[in-house]
Design a protein around this ligand. Structure first.
Ligand code: GSH
Length: 215
């Protein structure tokens, strides 16, 4: 069985949703802060982050973009990648943007305790992050006004990753007013039974909290 190391609401939720969409048996392994710093965890991922996927035969993969692409390629019938080189490139274009630009811009908001400087400097960093994120979500919104899924007419592994970040944005007070494409995309996920199950399994179903607090 596939194992997913995760923390509730973190970007590992994207992988979790994809596992449900694909329909393979999997088990979840909770990886809190302490567990992620352990030698055992560092052996499977030296960066101490989730997600980490361990395949049925013990093969280990970290980095969300690699994991999502791996799952899409291993399970082509699920149709979660593009049908040809160009449409796969578009999926990767969005995965790259979501992972490298949008996700990283959340760092101050997700981990304010790690911000340097005094309270005023920290407050400023949080406001700056929210302004940067508004711009990122405007870019995403433009695309979502043209087609229902981020990479086009059909859903892909980039969509659950975007859903996770929209959850964070809503919780952390990023201004999403007027971004109707983003709201419609989010609503499509809220209504999805597989997504509801994944949220339930992470203990987040009726919660607007972006992620469970770390111990
Ligand atoms: N580049 C990594 C980033 C993963 C990452 O930042 N994961 C976060 C959760 S969304 C994490 O595990 N953070 C733990 C920490 O910073 O202590 C990837 O794409 O997988």
């Amino acid at each position: 069985m596939v194992t997913l190391h995760y923390w509730p609401g973190y970007c590992s939720l994207a992988t979790h949703i994809v596992l449900r969409w694909i329909g393979v048996p999997y088990q979840l392994k909770l990886a809190g802060f302490k567990a992620r710093q352990s030698d055992a965890f560092k052996q499977i991922n030296p960066t101490s982050t989730v997600p980490v996927l361990v395949d049925e035969d013990g093969w280990v993969l970290s980095q969300n973009v690699a994991i999502l692409n791996y799952l899409a390629e291993r399970h082509p019938r699920a149709g979660l990648s593009g049908e040809d080189a160009r449409s796969r490139a578009i999926v990767n274009r969005w995965l790259g943007y979501i992972n490298s630009d949008v996700h990283k811009a959340f760092s101050p908001l997700m981990h304010p305790e790690r911000l340097p400087g005094d309270l005023a400097a920290q407050q400023q960093a949080l406001e700056n992050a929210k302004a940067v994120l508004r711009k990122h979500f405007e870019v995403v919104d433009q695309a979502l006004r043209q087609h229902p899924w981020i990479a086009g007419e059909r859903r892909s592994v980039a969509d659950p990753y975007l859903f996770v970040l929209t959850r964070w944005a809503r919780d952390k007070g990023v201004a999403l007013e007027g971004l109707d494409g983003v709201h419609a995309h989010f609503e499509r996920f809220v209504q999805d039974k597989a997504v509801q199950t994944a949220l339930e399994e992470e203990g987040l179903k009726d919660s607007n909290q972006s992620a469970r607090s770390e111990e």
